[in-house]
Ligand binder design. Sequence first.
Ligand code: BG6
Length: 513
Amino acid sequence: MPPVTKINIKPERETGPPVEPCTVVIFGGSGDLARRKLIPALYNLLLDGLLPSNYAVLGLGRKTMTDEEYRATLREGVVKFSRQALDEDKWGAFARHVFYVSGENENPATYSTLRSRAEEVERQLGLPGNRIFYLSIPPSSFTAVCEGLATAGMTSHSTSPAPYARIIVEKPVGHDLASAKDINSVTARVFDESQIFRIDHYLGKETVQNLMVVRFANIIFEPIWNHKYIDHVQITVSEAEGVGTRASYYEEAGALRDMVQNHILQLLCLVAMEPPYSLDPDVVRNAKMEVLRCLRPIVGKDVEKYTVRAQYAGGAVNGTAVPGYRRESGVKPNSTTETYVAIKCFVENWRWSGVPFYLRTGKALPHRASEVAVQFKEIPQILFNSNTQHPQPPNVLALRIQPEEGLSLRIVSRVPGTRAYTHPVEMNFEYAEVFGRPSPEAYERLLLDVMTGDASRFMRRDAVEASWAWITKILEGWQQQGSRWLPEYPAGTSGPVEADRLIQEDGRSWRTL
Ligand code: BG6
């Protein structure tokens, strides 16, 4: 095979919008997300020359720590979790812009302390006072934080002259429709929608962004991207990890709330949306919103017919023994929280009439592998497809989200030789191979988006609520079923037999990942 031609592309900063100096305030600054994702993301932006010329990071947490102690814990996180290795000089330069302030989110006094510390840091570094507040905290504290920021006069509206104030809201935005609406009303009381960035880190992943490019920057797909040519779509997010140390959160959430309400429905929107007329954030988000509006609700008896939920039982993933979910630390022994969910659903509009979308996600599956696979219809049963015992496999376009980001197209080809044998082959494209460098982490891209004020890759209020409306109906259906036990699948296997049945009843099967 000829060597793959590597393509050298300019760093985004040279072509992207300017990034103004700013202060990033992290609520939950001493927490896991800050250490594992947010600080490594900011540090990598610095390494890539994408951070603004001047900046500050101010962590706020319950623990009492000096700036130096805070920097030391973050350094450890960078060593462990950063995409690019720690460079002592660069880290030293970054760390000089990192500060810590301790305080309880619920205590009104925290906000005057925060304000004076932010002003002091900004004076010291010569920053203009643009602020981004990252809520990496449980939703139960959102009200206190929003009100505290408002009382301290830190929520300047986007319509007012610079400096700006923006807020990033981490998931979960609620645990059902009613609670999501509550959270949205609380944030809307003090921030304008244009200041609110509801993060879904899947929207920052390379291949997820590429979905729109594949569809709308190529002429060959769009004409066949509809019910006339597409048989069905499979969206899979498979995780090898079990619940890990997150049982207290996961017990209340489960796979449907944790993965489908946000990440998977967003993927579905990108696959199914109509071409937006521009890349303006609201034009794109309107197009995605239309998809959510067209999702056929799954209610009543249909919940049993169209959804499967299950829990992992004891088994082994990659040779390592995994206890059953109900034996994991922090999980109730009689828990009915699902660690796996499979759904068959329909987007009821002209383009997708009658095309099933099969969604599945689970923990403790054999590998970490996620993809969107579009399976096209069979060719007519003549010529190379005339033997009904051996039909030609249909074309499949698979966009791999992880682990190796890329895409593949399955086509049928002739086997070299004297007889007319055919065989399916895959045309493969891998990002790392072609572009020669690993993609930035989702959080890097998304934090940069907030700094430039680009909300395209963030969830708008109406979309969050529409997703919850659809999900809540399924949750209600499950509640009515009142199951005492869920179906099980041994950890390390690809899911419960019930999920196989869901798709096999339609004469189809799940793809092997
Ligand atoms: C998070 C979920 O949103 O996404 C986790 O809360 C899940 O349960 C994670 O493990 C998966 O993200 P990624 O990027 O590792 O696929």
